[in-house]
Design a binder for this molecule. Sequence first.
Ligand SMILES: Cc1cc2nc3c(=O)[nH]c(=O)nc-3n(C[C@H](O)[C@H](O)[C@H](O)COP(=O)(O)OP(=O)(O)OC[C@H]3O[C@@H](n4cnc5c(N)ncnc54)[C@H](O)[C@@H]3O)c2cc1C
Length: 287
Amino acid sequence: MPNFDYEAPTSLSSALELLGQPGENRPLAGGTDVIDQLKSNRRNADLVVDLKRIPELLNIESNGSGLHIGSAVSCTEVHNFTAGNGGFAALAEASELVGSVHIQNRASVGGNVCNAAPSADTIPSLLIHEAVAHTASASGEREIPLIDFFAGPGQTVLEKGEILKELVLPTPSANTASAYLRFIPRNEMDIAVAGVGSLIEVDPSTNVVTKARIALASVAPTPVRAYAAEEFLEGTKIDADAIEKTADLAVGSAVPITDVRGSAEYRKELIRVLTKRTLTICLERLA
Ligand SMILES: Cc1cc2nc3c(=O)[nH]c(=O)nc-3n(C[C@H](O)[C@H](O)[C@H](O)COP(=O)(O)OP(=O)(O)OC[C@H]3O[C@@H](n4cnc5c(N)ncnc54)[C@H](O)[C@@H]3O)c2cc1C
């Protein structure tokens, strides 16, 4: 492990001051990505700033402006808060898939987002809810739609000294359901070969989809939305044929690579299957 200084401030202003200083200063939330990256020399740091003692980053609440998830809130807490809340089912499912129980107790959803892996499990669920990233730095605050947050594998648009403060997700309507599924070659502790989050809002009197959001993991340099599939499904009466056609269109938004986990063609087929399955689960949840 390379040498670096470590600070664990208890206020956001102190953290921002530390991170804004000259040098390679790196936030740490749960450390489940960053410690491994430092150990294996994939990232370096002069100073690591632990965010886990800053109360406002540990807050999760639902209010008139939606679901607010502080950037250091653990996957376990996000799961516990969202499980049983129909509209946020995809996020509850995704946060329970990250690593193992031990990892989920330590790892944050904010860290999953800021690590910006194309395979990150919580990101598709956040994208289908049109999450907004609220950021803070010593020079001010910004609101960035999450879809614009990723600049490439492991890269975000955050600037030096800027951190993710919280994620804000609008409250879905009563007629909304969501689901997240990923495929991994074994039961746990692996990264997604492909993942799909789907959200639909359906008019119960007509079965017409009034809103569709589909997001894909592990099939592009960043997590992506399947816009063509969403556009087709919105305004369409949902049934098996519509789901089939939507899944075909979702494949068109995947630009996967071939690697040890699977070929590009295999990943595209996974997107077709997982889109169908997540939309079918959404329908079952609305019944
Ligand atoms: C055994 C194991 C299994 C795993 N399984 C999965 C899995 O199934 N699915 C999955 O998606 N991931 C998995 N991961 C990866 C990791 O656990 C997740 O990405 C986790 O959510 C990261 O959260 P963290 O709080 O530990 O982030 P950290 O490691 O603390 O930080 C991750 C990155 O984000 C930066 N960062 C953290 N917080 C902020 C902030 N507020 N503002 C700006 N930058 C910030 C850090 O500097 C670092 O670059 C696994 C990891 C391990 C070790």
